[in-house]
Design a protein around this ligand. Sequence first.
Ligand code: M6R
Length: 611
Amino acid sequence: MCGIIGYVGTSPAKPIILEGLKRMEYRGYDSAGIAVFENGKISSEKKAGKLQVLTDEVSEDHWSGTAGIGHIRWATHGIPNDVNAHPHTDCTGKIYLIHNGIIENFHELRERLTAEGHEFTTQTDTEVLTHLIESHLPGNSLSEAVKASLKEVIGTYGLAVVSEMDPDTIVAARLGSPLILGIIGDGEYMIASDATAILPHTREVIYLDEGEVVTVNRKGFTITTVDNTTVEKNSSKIEWDIQQAEKQGYDHFMLKEIMEIPRVIEDGLRGRLIIEDGIAHFGGFLEYEDKWRSIERIVIVACGGAAIASRVGEYMLEEYASIPVKVEIGSEFRYRKPVLDEHTAVVIVSQSGETADTIASLREAKRQGVFTFGIVNVVGSTIAREVDAGMYIHAGPEVAVASTKVMSGMVAMFSLLTLAIGRQRGMSLVTGKRIAKELQNVSLLAEKMLKKNTETIKSLAKKYATYDNAFFLGRKYNMPSAFEGALKFKEIAYVHAEGYPSGELKHGPLALLDDRFFVCAITPKDSVYEKNLSNIQEVRARKGVVLALATEGDTGIEQYVDDVIYMPKTLEMLTPILSMIVVQLLAYYTAVERKCDIDQPRNLAKSVTVE
Ligand code: M6R
């Protein structure tokens, strides 16, 4: 949530900052702002609305400064308007600051600073930081004033500050919100909350850790803690390719990312499966084999789409690895009193690796001393660095706010984990080989399905986009796909949709059914096929309109439903990989029909880095 960026070097800062903001726009799009040094003075502009509004506003500004900062906002405190947009400034107008996170004690600080004579102009929590820094600046460098201020703050931040007192210098800090330093070359650096903003300029980065502050100008950079202890850090290389973060001719990132799913599954499995031995092998498992052997229970913690993908993992692990599994939502887990012990593994699942509630849950698990394992996409993210062990999804950057390819990647990772743990706990070689073989094949099935069915899904979306409400039904492995269909219809198509286990509809929700509803019934030929058919009949008996997702060859289902989308046959535990793709594509084309802002749905942001 919110994207922050800073550049210092020899090239004009404005275009570099605006381009970086464009790449991070999925982090928030309520308002945007920029501040650039111009001969020792700071020029700044900020505008409510999407980044384009700011870009148009500053297009005539011939700023030639080669150091500056920029921000895109997802509002928490204060409505999205020009005034509340970042950067914020102090009473002197010489300090400019951008912030991602929440200052929880802003109210007390604001009262105190107001009593001391500071004048506040915005409704944001962030503005207190500018006045705090102003109050610490006399006699101190900007860096010292920032560190002194941060000691008074309770909350979370990824922030960057510039001041006319320290020309062409950026001070940036993190606590609870990501921050990366990019090393472009001698005297040329960037800071950003997201690697995608830095990637066009350099692959060499340093990930700042919690409580660290970097001071950077053309002479170089220093990293310290808030208490001013110097920190030596090694740089890392970003493995992602810049093309991966671009639309490459697709109308939307979401469509591009759905089309990438076969490749994502293939990349995620590469080198991690030995089919003839029926095993999965990857670092996060091999290095901790004994630990995994001692585990008697798994608690998976995630939010949103990641929690939905985790439900597939729950079913797989219980069925094939015979280990009790529970999926918990991060925002709940962190505040209730979870009972964990040394035989529990907490599996943390996140695309971004920066979701605030998921990170807090990880830290709660670590506080209780249990083994933590991450399934994460963004390399070097907070979760990836804080878990005891883990596996990367290797999906490349996911830009659309709606998660698609990474959810498939998560399911693929759970299949590997199931195979690894299952084989350790008595899964037979025959079963192991069957799972490994089908897993290896599933990317091909997904690719074929996309080629064959995309046009059908597109035309069915035209019909179903006219409905105001939808039920998505699925049982066993496809219950999560029902949740996913409903989530995506809400998230990007703004359709009221509810996902239910198929058998649950008659326990209440069926009362809602009328001619404004359609029912999407996920009904592959699996162990619960007949049960699902009965549920379809119950809907039909009440004149419900039914769109079924069925297995290729199951033409018999056509007599019971209005429309069918066919999916290739695969192992039951892998069917959700295919059904998730179908409901995502259906939601995508429905959103196209309804003319929604698909990659940047209203009120949302991609990485939820605040509670
Ligand atoms: O980065 P994470 O995987 O931790 O994000 C979790 C959710 O915020 C995310 O999956 C969200 O629900 C998506 N927008 C769903 O499409």
